[in-house]
Design a protein. Structure first.
Length: 201
């Protein structure tokens, strides 16, 4: 037994007829035509950021950037968070972090995970790359590096929540995996939960 197709609504010459087998949701003709008769809403058009919104972003697209030779938090740049009305999570995966042992000068290799809930400002990723590169010839323990990065990013962005987690390659048969976090008053519970979650089982 064949099903009769609903006719296309007036003014929609190329609309595909809706058949019951096309969807698990059954629409009667009254609902169908009421949907089609609704005025078309203006589609959300994503606009590029204006020059004003990109003020302070100088490293991105700059072909003359020089890589730093020592730790320099002044490399960090920010841009405006265009969605401050909601909490959302930004996760930055940094698998090639390197630094030096402050005692022996030998290189240490780590994988950093930086996650934050932005407030008014957000860190620009190329500036973050150069900032992390600046640790390459800098001597500090793993624990120091993670806490320094947390401090610098907190002072830079003033986010609602921020955490930095390090997974460093073993040295002397021991892996060191520091975790540090900080939150504003409204996200203190999250800060405690994340700290507890990072204890090894």
């Amino acid at each position: 037994m064949s099903h009769a197709a609903h006719p296309s609504p007036p003014g929609c010459r190329n609309a595909r007829p809706v058949r019951p087998q096309d969807s698990t949701i059954s629409l009667n003709s009254d609902i169908f035509f009421s949907i089609w008769r609704q005025p078309q809403r203006a589609a959300y058009v994503k606009k590029m950021r204006s020059k004003e919104e990109l003020q302070g972003v100088t490293l991105l697209g700059n072909q003359n950037v020089k890589y730093p030779t020592d730790y320099d938090p002044r490399l960090l740049e920010t841009f405006v968070n265009k969605h401050p009305d909601r909490d959302y999570l930004v996760c930055l995966d940094c698998p090639e972090f390197t630094t030096l042992c402050p005692k022996t000068g030998q290189p240490d290799f780590g994988h950093l995970y930086i996650s934050y809930i932005p407030g008014e400002r957000m860190v620009e990723s190329k500036s973050l790359k150069l900032y992390l590169f600046s640790f390459r010839n800098h001597g500090d323990f793993h624990e120091d590096c993670v806490n320094i990065i947390l401090r610098d990013l907190w002072e830079l962005m003033q986010p609602r929540y921020l955490e930095v987690r390090g997974r460093f390659m073993p040295r002397g048969g021991i892996s060191i995996n520091p975790f540090a976090s900080r939150a504003d008053q409204a996200h203190q519970d999250l800060c405690r939960q994340r700290m507890l979650a990072n204890f090894p089982e």
